[in-house]
Write a protein that binds this ligand. Structure first.
Ligand code: ACO
Length: 429
């Protein structure tokens, strides 16, 4: 008989089953707890609750392990190919040569924006935050591609996924061009995914941007390392919205909104602001560490700490190595990399960070690499979103196809006023 948990409430004993994952995860199934015992579980911010079973990504935070569909992410360093990883996450296995070629073809077919959507960029203030533009435009895709509002088979899922993954890159590049007052550069069907994004970002009507292989590989790696991270805040948001049977565009647009927050994807912007403040003499690295430890101050050491990782985030390690590798190859230097290394050294030898097991996370080094590509700070979280999109789509699909999926509807413990009578306005003191 499989293992069971016994919960004792007063003199009643309730038996609960234990759900096991393939890597040894164990969870007590409390889904019937209220029916059996008249109580619910209290777990603020869901820090200790599995909201689903998932076959997409495995994270072992204690040992710093991350695998996509079973494959350790370290294995994607050689010849990184974001499109291949996107397919892997969404469809559950590595694509064959023909499947990859077909999906790439679909990305090319979908890279242009509908002219109606393109015109909308003209009405956005030039200083609008790119994440606001991205979420709005992703939602707007639903207006222009209504045939994909309902995704009921693999073909329509592939069509919707290709449309989103291709267009997100065009939307991102156009929002940057708009902010710079530069003309939009149309995608080039002969370029691969990452090179095409850089082309739309940086080419000029009279001068083609030439992407070097090192930069193209680095961007592929950045996107791959952001591609999925199981039930993080934005993915959980996509699943929550999708659980109401909201369409893929609306669900992913909601994911962009969640990602924007500085405690989540927006941390890569905060890291850069912090490194720049140190570089320009606004504060020293030591002051930064002191401030991060000061509980009376809201400041945190951005790019440090993680709900799941209590060890070095493997993505941060790979991004740090990528910075060193790419900078050496391109003979590029950035004082912010030295400052980041120093901050890391200070934090990792400080009892505050040691005791709380706070290590660099994915956001600590990603910005330095993006900066080396010429990508401005306010586009960092947008790049995170481009990378994370396949993960959102994979989770949306997994949930959509799960026959046991129900609308996400947490409970609460009410702590407001007891029953109180309404007082008419003229009788109120
Ligand atoms: N700087 C200073 N102290 C920190 C930091 C930090 N970066 N991160 C956590 N702590 C402290 C907390 O104040 C808390 O201290 P206490 O026990 O004395 O109260 C303790 O470490 C535990 O932290 P929590 O806030 O409980 O951790 P939680 O799991 O809720 O939050 C989070 C994780 C949001 C990532 C947090 O570590 C943080 O704010 N980091 C900085 C922002 C950041 O880099 N976000 C990106 C995360 S990765 C991603 O989303 C892509």
């Amino acid at each position: 008989m499989s293992e069971r948990a016994i919960l004792k409430i007063g003199d009643r004993e309730i038996e609960l089953s234990i759900v096991e994952g393939v890597e040894g995860d164990r969870a007590i199934d409390i889904s019937k707890l209220r029916d059996l015992a008249g109580v619910i579980a209290y777990d603020p911010s869901l820090g200790n609750t599995a909201i689903t079973k998932s076959a997409i990504t495995f994270v072992d935070g204690e040992n710093g392990i991350l695998r996509y569909r079973g494959i350790p992410i370290e294995q994607f360093v050689e010849k990184p190919n974001f499109v291949e990883v996107a397919w892997l996450l969404i469809f559950g296995r590595l694509p064959t040569r023909q499947e990859l070629a077909r999906f790439s073809e679909k990305l090319t077919e979908n890279e242009l924006l509908h002219e109606g959507l393109r015109h909308q960029f003209q009405h956005i203030p030039v200083d609008a935050p790119p994440m606001a533009i991205l979420s709005a435009m992703m939602n707007n895709l639903a207006c222009f591609h209504q045939q994909l509002l309902s995704v009921e088979d693999v073909e329509s899922l592939e069509a919707a996924a290709a449309r989103l993954i291709s267009k997100v890159r065009t939307i991102a590049a156009f929002s940057y061009r708009r902010s710079q007052g530069l003309p939009f550069i149309y995608p080039d069907p002969h370029l691969r995914y990452c090179a095409n994004f850089l082309h739309m970002m940086f080419s000029l009507p009279y001068k083609q941007y030439i992407v070097t292989p090192e930069i193209e590989d680095a961007l592929n790696l950045v996107f791959i390392l952001h591609a999925d991270h199981e039930q993080n805040c934005s993915t959980a948001t996509v699943r929550t919205v999708g659980s109401a049977r909201a369409n893929l565009f609306a669900s992913c647009a909601a994911g962009v909104c969640a990602l924007w927050g500085p405690l989540h994807g927006g941390a890569n912007v905060e890291v850069m602001n912090m490194l720049e403040a140190i570089h320009t003499g606004g504060m020293t690295a030591e002051e930064c560490i002191r401030l991060a430890k000061d509980k009376s101050h809201p400041f945190r050491l951005y790019g440090f700490g993680h709900r799941i990782y209590k060890n070095y985030d493997p993505r941060a390690k790979m991004l740090r190595e990528a910075c060193e590798r790419v900078f050496a190859k391109l003979q590029h230097q950035d004082p912010l990399l030295d400052i980041a290394r120093k901050l890391e050294e200070l934090a990792l030898s400080d009892p505050y960070f040691i005791e709380r097991k706070l290590y660099p996370n994915v956001d600590f080094y990603s910005g330095i690499l993006l900066r080396a590509m010429g990508i401005p700070t306010n586009m960092f979280t947008v790049c995170f979103a481009i990378g994370r999109l396949p993960g959102w789509i994979a989770h949306w699909r997994e949930q959509h196809e799960d026959p046991n999926s129900r609308i996400v509807r947490p409970r609460q413990v009410y702590v407001g006023p007891p029953k109180t009578d309404y007082v008419p306005l003229n009788e109120r003191k």
